[in-house]
Write a protein that binds this ligand. Structure first.
Ligand code: AMP
Length: 282
């Protein structure tokens, strides 16, 4: 496995490989969720490149950029064992310059849900991915459904900016109790870890109500009371049921062929997100 740190090294690697290239962008501190993306890419492409880059532009001024877990040695060992072809782990100066002028800004989608609470976050994600897509020229790029708004935004960007890349969605990988795996779970104390299950449990609870409730406002009200009664230490940021294509809130489950519940909450000051496709009428 080659470890590349500069754009030039990446360019040289890219010019040597032929056939489809799968690309898995990450911020490192790898867990089984990331590895599921890598495994799928390895199954579908002769070459798989993983980027490990904690992107400063997607963190707000009060967010955890400096504290974000970094564990390059362990990440490289995991990827090497899986049989990855190459890792691109550049220093920040290789990607951004103080003279940079270009900013990508999304309109509607970057203001919805997580974007409403993390101003500028999705613009930062779009910018780094546009740069990486140009550098890597992947055939396919793999994204987890765990960050559902992100994967929709990437699909939009690739479509609107004509990147010749197939975006592949990979289902959320969970711990045995249902908690969505996340690098940020490592911030939680054992007590916080026990509360963190609230997000998944609330989504599941909403699903169990569907045979008798199709009105979204009612489902959300029930979901919120379930969360506050069972998990008093969890601060809900938002709970929504949206059409999974537009990400707009719906009023009735029959209004969308693909309704999805989205949730974000703070546990011990740690921001966690989750989502679940809702099954109606089966
Ligand atoms: P991150 O390192 O958090 O930027 O995540 C890198 C990629 O891994 C993104 O496409 C995430 O959606 C994906 N990912 C993170 N956690 C999970 C998970 N639990 N299941 C599936 N994909 C995930």
């Amino acid at each position: 496995m080659e470890v590349l740190q500069t754009r030039q090294q990446l360019k040289t690697w890219r010019s040597k490989v032929h056939g489809s290239v799968g690309f898995v962008p990450t911020m490192g501190a790898l867990h089984e969720g990331h590895l599921a993306l890598v495994r799928q890419s390895l199954n579908e492409n002769p070459w798989t490149l993983i980027s490990i880059f904690v992107n400063p532009r997607q963190f707000g001024p009060t967010e955890d950029y400096h504290r974000y877990p970094r564990n390059l040695e362990a990440d490289l060992r995991l990827l090497e064992n899986l049989g990855a072809s190459a890792v691109f782990a550049p220093p920040v100066e290789e990607i951004y310059s103080p003279e940079d002028e270009i900013h990508i800004s999304l309109t509607r989608m970057s203001r919805l849900w997580c974007g409403n609470y993390r101003r500028g976050h999705f613009d930062g994600v779009a910018l780094v991915l546009a740069k990486f897509f140009h550098l890597v020229h992947p055939t396919r790029a793999y994204f987890g459904e765990k960050d559902f708004q992100q994967v929709r935004l990437v699909e939009k960007m690739v479509e609107e900016l004509f990147f010749p890349i197939q975006i592949v969605r990979v289902p959320t990988v969970r711990e045995s109790d249902g908690l969505a795996m996340s690098s940020r779970n490592t911030y939680l104390s054992p007590r916080g870890r026990a509360q963190a299950i609230a997000l998944y449990k609330t989504l599941q609870y909403i699903q169990t109500l569907i045979p008798t409730h199709l009105n979204v406002e009612e489902l959300l009200r029930e979901g919120r009371s379930y969360l506050t009664e069972r998990f008093p230490e969890v601060q809900l940021e938002y709970l929504a049921i949206v059409d999974e294509y537009s990400l707009e809130l719906i009023e009735h489950l029959h209004q969308s062929a693909h309704p999805r519940a989205l949730i974000a909450a703070h546990v011990e000051g740690v921001r966690l997100i989750d989502n679940m496709p809702l099954r109606v009428g089966d």
